[in-house]
Design a protein around this ligand. Sequence first.
Ligand code: C2O
Ligand code: CU
Ligand code: CU
Length: 556
Amino acid sequence: MTDPNRRTLLLAGVGASTALIGGAVWWRSRNAGSGPSVGSASAERSLADTEKSSAEAEPTEAEPTVANLRIPGREGLLAEFKLGAEPLLLRANEAAFALFSGAATPLWHYAADVAGVAMANPLLSIMRGQTLHVRLHNALGEDTTIHWHGMHIDEANDGSGLHPVAPGDERVYQFEVRNRAGLYLYHAHPHGRTGMQFQRGLASALLVLDDEEIALRQRLDLPWGERDIPLLIADKQIGADNAIQYEIGADDWIGNRVLINWTPEPVLDVVPGLYRFRLANVANARMFRPAFLHRGEPLPMTLIGSDGGLLAKPWPVDDLFLAPAQRLDVLVDFSELEPGDEVMLHSLDYVAMENEDEATFQPNLMRHHPGAAPMGSAIDLMQIRVVATGDGARVHSPPLPPTLSSLPPLPDTGAWPLRPFVLRLDDAGRWLINDWNMHLNGHAPMFEVKRGAREVWEIRNSMASMPHPIHVHGIQFRVVRRTLSPPDIRGRAVAGDGLGPTDLGLLDTVVIWPGETVAIALDFAQPYRGPQRYMLHCHNLEHEDMGMMVTFAVVD
Ligand code: C2O
Ligand code: CU
Ligand code: CU
């Protein structure tokens, strides 16, 4: 029997290792010394791997699928919708979508119908300063919400589990968008069931625009939807019936298939030119380490933005860590490649640092995930094929400006009060934040912050732990320093205090690696009145649902 509030006891996992098979469906693990081999025909690979894995949980009639990446369009799944003055009605419900060959896949999703155009999980866009006005109708059989992940927001609109919407009920979310331009998320957030609802499909993206962003777009001349493309990356555990599997109470929910923008194992044709990709991790638990491999070598990328929008300056990088809920904005230059060349958006292998087995607890990860690559394994995410432009020319882009945005430098936080946090696993297999766990301590605030206060939160992860993507509701923060970081992270430092390129912008989610201490700076200036309760939690959604979440309040 699985206790939904605790991590699985090692002794309960006898026989688990037999499930650690290497037969990933589409990807191949490349850490066995065979070296990267990018560019083999995707169709061949899909066929071979499908045959190999057909004895597992895969549909027997599966054909090689080479699907073009879904780009947000006018209708259907991930349609793009520009929010205006009219409220948008989103109905949380279930319907089947043809995602894989064979049977359609039931998805829980946000459905919209505007003037006869049906959309599912629309990518919403809005200008900063405008009022977002969305009405949620819950047509599911259980409580749900819409949480506006990353937004500066008041409690009533935050959509956390404190304000569930019952089946058949409605709730209006209406707030002024105060965030900088960037790609944010919206997703279901009911207490104890976020992982399940998110995995079944209740998650999408909110694109915020502002003048700075529009000026950069014009300058770089990268048309949105053509050479500026959002990539919402998830892994899902898909069964023989093509349905999404989920079991409440199981640990870290990783999956056997990769979907980007709801396209399994996608292919993207690019012209020889500059591209902008908005990478978003919409997986429950898996951290990716994206790189664009050409002939086995990473193509240089330029990091230009993070969760909360553009960085001040561009940074060259080869690969990046992208943890659940994080977003990264990168430029990749294909202009030196030739038509016919192939590139693989690949998640490089990394040391997963799942150290908590030292404390005699070990997630029996593979039991529920036949065919899934273990955490930290190399995974192919998307095949990219270079094709000629109509006239055979290369597309030249103007040089990147040395300053991307007006993001101010990190403030001097020396005099800001320090609030310490410790992340750890207790002897009963519960993840704790300062010895609190939502299931033990309930929803009363663990602490209060004065409105207008500026604080440094120093978050230490114990050594016998695993990486935790820690997320704060209602605010964007800055990273001040990283100490005692593992070598993979220390080696990425480009600034003082151990900060890597992805630490230099505004964030709402930050990874704390085992043994590491990360200090973040938060400014609680906000225009709301009265106490506002928010969540601080791990965005590994199984950790969140197991109670690795606390409430805090901003008060006058
Ligand atoms: Cu994206 Cu509290 O979560
Ligand atoms: Cu959030
Ligand atoms: Cu966690």
